[in-house]
Structure formats: structure tokens, C-alpha cells
Design a protein around this ligand. Structure first.
Ligand code: GLU
Length: 455
């Protein structure tokens, strides 16, 4: 929570008590407070016309997760030493469908981060229109530097507790930072063994040979670029010939780079915690994938192996002049100073590939400067939307082709864009995709909550 956030989206009288309760109940959860404040601060124009939501206590209920699970994850490292991590699953809302949301394995994971992610997931998932509730989970386990066997043992221990809370009609996890195809394989395998059920629909992001959907791996990055394309199209602009700046070098970043290139733009940056690379010739995707997915090494190696690239240690990737920015690393990675640098360099659109990567002051700066800005819960919803497509395919034992799945993803992203765009127009904040996404997502959830009663 910051002064600017409070100034930019002051809370109205009807929502202030809800926020005060969050502050009192969760005083040490800054990311969760930030995510709640953004929603409460932007939906007021709609609440004024829908007092029934306020009267029914929809907000009071939504900021309190339906269920919070925290558990011990003990495992033995390769030297035989006992390690203990903490596991989480925050089941926020199941009013629209089974709990749905990824698992994050990263040393920074704590209750605040999982709650902010779970809270955002409610509205993101509602925006997809796919009938999925909101949840998030993970652990403070750090897979970096761990052997294959250690990662497997950790996943097995993690799932040996979490399995009892999951199921295709109950809660369906997927990946997030630190949880990719490898981890999902180990987690799914453990669930299958413990429950004696090959229950495809209880996890998404599976391998395509054993129930996984085409395009799920690519979907978040592709979707964020499709969303940028939709925002530009409103102004009769396109991605062709644009320079795209991307942060991160994980799954979201890699496929945002690929889709940007396929649509005629040039993606010129990528980063990790050690620094960033600039490649004016356009990122060589095969090389980046080799380094990050196969060798699991540092990004400096990219510059060592490619003449057109340079590596910058530390510093900010957002100092590089670009037309479109797709922050795809992690929460609060893009500061006000970064936003000011991007604006000074003439950035036209920002599409958040990660969850909440721009600090509130940066969002305010983009919006005040007239930069097209798409919040993560709309722009990166393609991942979870394609997870829902995977669940449909599992339930009907069908397999869609890559082309069909990608077309469906493109349609869903266009629908999400239109829902956010139209809600912003309708409630007097045209062009404000943050407010539009929050309002459109909230209304779908609130309508279902009203219909299902106080439960
Ligand atoms: N972790 C992703 C997200 O932030 C995907 C969740 C899913 O597919 O369930 O939306």
C-alpha cells in the first residue's frame, strides 16, 4: 500500500470499511492489501449503480478466502539432510466453478503473495467466461540449484498432503513461477499413485502425451500479446514493425517473444534475476529456450553465444526504448521510475504478462500519459483460459489441434478485451482497462453469489 495508490483510487465510503477489515485482519500482507485496494478503488462507479452488491456483503465475503490450507513439506536433500518448506493452497472462491489457479515454487512465496494471487485469480477466471473459481498455492521451495531427484522428492512430499484437497470438481491446480512441465509431471504422478485414480481433470498443464492440451504451454504469453493487439486495434494500430520489450525468461516471456515475432514485431529483451539482455536483431527463441528450459542456466549465457546481443548486469530492462512492454517476470517488478523511462522513450502499450508486475504508481503514470495499459488479470488470462479448455478436453476425452486451440484462445482474449473495454465505457471510465476488467470480472462473480445465497 502506498500513498499514491490511495490518492489515485480513493476508496468510497461504502468500500472503506471492507478495506479496514482487510488491514486489521491481514496487517502483514502488503501484496494482498495492494491487490484488494486496486479492486475496491476501481469498481465504485459500478457499485453506485448496484447497491444490491454492497447490501448483500459481496465485498466482505470476497476478501475472505473460502478456505486456507497451510502445511509442512518435509523432504530429504541429496546429502540426506532434512529440509522443511511451507506449502500453501488458498481456495478463494468456488462460486463460478471448481477452484482453479497455479502453484508457485519460489523462495519469496509467503501467505501475502499467495493470497494476492488467489484474489486476482477470482476475477481473472471470471473474465475468461469458462466456469472456473479462483485459487492459488505453492511453496517457498527454491527449485534453482536443486537436482532432478530433489525436485521430485519435494513434489512428492508436497502432493502427499495437498492431494486430499484437490479433484476435478473441487480444485484444479496448474503451474506458475517455478512449476513447469517437469514439476507438474511429478505432482500428477504422486496424486495418481496416492488416490489410485488417473484423474486427468485434476491438474492442467500436463504433458500433451498424457492429457495435456495443445497451446497450454504457450497460452499465457500468446494471450498477453493478443491482448496488446486488441488494444492497438481499437486505435487502428498493429504490432507490425513494433519493438517489444519483455522482462523475465520463463514460460510467459518465452511465448510472448514467439507470438510478438509471429505478428511482425521484434522482441528485443529478456531478463532474469541476474540482469537483462538486449538483442536488436530480435531474440533468438531457440537459443533462449535451450538456455532456460534445457540447460536451466543464467541469461548472461545468451549474450555469450550471440553476437548481436549484450548483457546488462543489474540495471533495469525498462531503460531499453520499446513501443510495447510486456512485463512477464513477477509482481511489483516495474517501478514508477521504470514507467517514466518507458513513457519518455515513447511506449505505446503495456500488457502485463505476469501478475501485478507494475506498482500502482507506474500504472497511474501510464494511464495519465495515455499509454494503453492492460492489467494482468485481463492480459494474462489466456493461460488459465486454456487450462479450462484442457479441462473440457479431459472431461470429453477429446483432443483439439494446435490450430483450433490457438483460434479459441484468440477469441477468448478478444472477448476479455471487449468485456473490460465495454465495462469501462459503460461506467464512465473509458479506456481504463484496470477498472473495466475489475468491474466485468466482479459482476460475474457477484451475480452468482447473489443467486447462490449466503453460503
Ligand atoms: N498460474 C497461471 C495464472 O496466473 C495459470 C493458472 C491456471 O492455469 O490454473 O493465471
Amino acid at each position: 500500500m502506498t500513498a499514491t495508490q490511495t490518492e489515485f483510487h480513493p476508496l468510497t465510503e461504502s468500500v472503506q470499511p471492507v478495506f479496514d477489515t482487510v488491514l486489521a485482519r491481514s496487517p502483514h500482507e502488503p501484496e494482498f492489501q495492494q491487490a484488494v485496494h486496486e479492486v475496491l478503488g476501481t469498481i465504485s462507479p459500478m457499485l453506485e449503480q448496484h447497491p444490491e452488491y454492497v447490501e448483500a456483503g459481496i465485498l466482505e465475503r470476497l476478501v475472505e478466502p473460502e478456505r486456507q490450507i497451510m502445511f509442512r513439506v518435509p523432504w530429504l536433500d541429496d546429502s540426506g539432510k532434512l529440509q522443511v518448506n511451507r506449502g500453501y493452497r488458498i481456495q478463494f472462491s468456488s462460486v463460478l466453478g471448481p477452484y482453479k489457479g497455479g502453484l508457485r515454487f519460489h523462495p519469496s512465496v509467503n501467505l501475502s503473495i499467495i493470497k494476492f494471487l488467489g484474489f486476482e485469480q477470482i476475477f481473472k477466471n471470471a473474465l475468461t467466461g469458462q466456469g472456473i473459481g479462483g485459487a492459488k498455492g505453492g511453496s517457498d521451495f527454491d527449485p534453482h540449484g536443486r537436482s532432478e531427484a530433489e525436485v521430485m522428492r519435494f513434489c512428492q512430499s508436497f502432493m502427499s498432503e495437498l492431494y486430499r484437497h484437490l479433484g476435478e470438481h473441487t480444485d484444479v491446480p496448474a503451474g506458475d513461477i517455478g512449476v513447469g512441465g517437469r514439476e507438474i509431471g511429478y505432482l500428477f504422478g504422486t496424486y495418481r499413485k496416492i488416490t489410485n485414480r488417473h484423474e486427468s481433470g485434476m491438474f492442467t498443464g500436463k504433458g500433451t502425451g498424457w492429457g495435456g492440451a495443445e497451446v497450454r504451454t504457450e497460452a499465457t504469453g500468446y494471450g498477453a500479446v493478443f491482448f496488446a493487439q486488441e488494444m492497438l486495434a481499437v486505435h487502428n494500430e498493429s504490432l507490425a514493425g513494433k519493438r517489444v520489450g519483455i522482462s523475465g525468461s520463463g514460460n510467459v516471456a518465452i511465448y510472448a517473444i514467439q507470438k510478438a515475432a509471429q505478428l511482425g514485431a521484434t522482441a528485443v529483451t529478456a531478463s532474469d534475476s541476474s540482469g537483462y539482455i538486449v538483442d536488436d536483431a530480435g531474440i533468438d527463441l531457440d537459443l533462449l529456450r535451450q538456455l532456460k528450459e534445457v540447460e536451466r542456466t543464467r541469461i548472461v549465457e545468451y549474450a555469450n553465444r550471440r553476437a548481436s546481443a549484450r548483457f546488462v548486469e543489474g540495471g533495469s530492462v525498462w531503460d531499453v526504448p520499446v513501443d510495447i512492454a510486456v512485463p512477464s517476470a513477477t509482481q511489483n517488478e516495474l517501478s514508477l521510475a521504470d514507467a517514466e523511462a518507458l513513457i519518455a522513450n515513447g511506449v505505446r502499450a503495456v500488457s502485463e504478462g505476469a501478475n501485478m508486475p507494475c506498482v500502482p504508481e507506474a500504472v497511474a503514470a501510464f494511464q495519465q500519459a495515455g499509454v494503453l495499459f492492460a492489467p494482468g488479470k485481463a492480459a494474462n488470462a489466456g493461460g488459465v483460459a486454456t487450462s479450462a479448455l484442457e479441462m473440457s478436453q479431459n472431461a470429453s476425452r477429446q483432443r483439439w489441434t494446435f490450430a483450433d486451440s490457438e483460434n479459441k484462445l484468440r477469441e477468448i482474449m478478444a472477448d476479455i478485451h471487449d468485456a473490460a473495454f465495454n465495462a469501462a465505457e459503460k461506467y464512465g471510465v473509458p479506456g481504463d482497462y484496470v477498472a473495466g476488467a475489475n468491474i466485468a470480472g466482479f459482476q460475474r462473480v457477484a451475480t452468482a453469489m447473489l443467486a447462490q445465497g449466503v453460503i
